[in-house]
Design a protein around this ligand. Structure first.
Ligand SMILES: CC(=O)SCCNC(=O)CCNC(=O)[C@H](O)C(C)(C)COP(=O)(O)OP(=O)(O)OC[C@H]1O[C@@H](n2cnc3c(N)ncnc32)[C@H](O)[C@@H]1OP(=O)(O)O
Length: 396
């Protein structure tokens, strides 16, 4: 053996000492090999010995201590964050009320939005202060650089579904959660940032998503959406509804609600939104129900029953009653011991006029091209069959 390997007991743990037999015929070859290795260490002589010395970057006990300390802090922060997102745990810990997510800013198109609630984005994204969303495909990223690169190649010009309604630059697209799970999950994750209720963000297959968009000359940009169960045992016609915060208070929420009732009408069903409603949801629905019932009462001839109003509006009877009460139309006749409708046409007319002024964007039933969900059939398969195609006969 030309080289003898000897390990001194004191250095056994850290160092391997190799002693060469200088008299060996192979010694010169080994010497050359060692020189080459030395050369490699210094990047073929580019670095000086001093520069190539990596001993300075070895871990010292101080470094290890610092790392352990930081690790403990992170673990503690994570426990508290999880506790916040779980009401049961937060109560146990007597923690302050749930904090907004660690995401402080969401960049969406040219807008910067502050999220209202935590959304279950994957950990590497939810730990970032800033989240960047593509406003076309809703893909999420954690750096502006990645978003800019993505924008260069993102070819999406509209949501990935069937356009079922178009009125000038406003369109509605129907997207199937089973066919477009990624888009729908991204949409739910985005919505969860503005919804306190526990919406499911990943289990999107049982839902259809109705996306409201506005055409801006190049693409259909999303304004809001509502989701709807493909088969709802309770006949809910909306599961979750959202107007993107940057577009709120412009009447788009009312448009989406009206559209959901138009679909119920096409299905010949009475519908209602899934409960519980958020505060903003309740305000929006109450305002809509009031106007819708007022409008219907004005167009009906007496005698009118709650059932008649429900059929004419596709609203469930409970929601009709709530609207009648809000309009102060439903009165109890003490003598006859029955409920009666006291209709003040001027008041109803005033309610409708005020609402119309605030909500210029109206749903026009004649523009709907849609067939109710009937399973696996594609809407494009049905488009050729004119006899089952809407528009509805309802006036726009
Ligand atoms: C079934 C469910 O999903 S319930 C959950 C509902 N969704 C949410 O809470 C998500 C966050 N909120 C939102 O996305 C929106 O606020 C929505 C969808 C509820 C309403 O959308 P918007 O586009 O703002 O509604 P729109 O402009 O049509 O206003 C409708 C009515 O809502 C009420 N409203 C909406 N926002 C507000 C607000 N910030 N303050 C007071 N009233 C409000 C008003 O009564 C308004 O009627 P008005 O014009 O007579 O004042």
């Amino acid at each position: 053996m030309p080289a003898k390997v000897a390990v001194s007991p004191t250095e056994a743990k850290s160092l391997l000492v190799i002693k060469f037999d200088t008299k060996s015929i192979h010694y010169e070859n080994y010497k050359k090999l060692l020189l080459d290795l030395e050369c490699e260490k210094t990047f073929i002589g580019v670095l000086t010995e001093e520069e190539a010395d990596t001993s300075l970057t070895d871990l010292t006990p101080d470094d290890t201590q610092l790392f352990d300390k930081a690790k403990k802090v992170v673990t503690r922060t994570k426990e508290v964050t999880h506790a916040f997102s779980d009401p049961v745990l937060s109560n146990q810990l007597h923690a302050p009320p749930p904090q907004p997510t660690t995401i402080r800013n969401v960049y969406f198109g040219n807008y910067k939005v502050k999220p209202w609630y935590t959304s279950p984005y994957p950990e590497e994204y939810s730990c970032s202060r800033n989240l960047y969303l593509c406003n076309a495909c809703l893909k999420y990223m954690n750096s502006d650089y990645v978003l800019q690169r993505h924008r260069m190649k993102c070819a999406w010009r509209h949501p990935p579904g069937d356009e079922i309604y178009r009125d000038q630059n406003i369109s509605m697209f129907e997207v199937d959660g089973q066919r477009q799970p990624i888009y729908c999950q991204n949409l739910c994750l985005l919505a969860k940032m503005f919804l306190q209720s526990k919406i499911l963000c990943y289990d999107v297959e049982p839902f259809l998503f109705y996306i409201m968009t506005e055409y801006d000359g190049t693409s259909c940009k999303i304004l809001g959406y509502f989701s709807k169960e493909k088969r709802s045992a309770s006949n809910y016609n909306v599961s979750c509804i959202l107007t993107l915060p940057i577009y709120q208070r412009r009447g788009y929420g009312a448009f989406l609600i009206d559209f959901s009732y138009l679909l119920s009408m096409a299905e010949r069903k009475l519908g209602s939104p899934e409960k519980p409603l958020s505060d903003l949801g309740l305000l929006s629905y109450r305002s809509y129900w009031k106007k819708r019932v007022a409008e219907t009462l004005l167009s009906m001839r007496s005698p009118v029953s709650i059932e008649n109003i429900a059929q004419a509006t596709s609203m469930v009877c409970d929601d009709v009653i709530s609207a009648l009460e809000a309009l102060s139309v439903l009165k109890y006749d003490m003598k006859k011991k029955i409920y009666v409708l006291h209709i003040d046409k001027m008041n109803l007319y005033h309610v409708c006029k005020k609402w119309d002024e605030k909500h210029p964007q109206r749903v026009k039933p004649a523009y709907l091209r849609w067939t109710p969900y009937i399973g696996e059939a594609k809407i494009s398969d049905l488009l050729s069959k004119e006899d089952i195609l809407l528009p509805l006969s309802k006036s726009s």
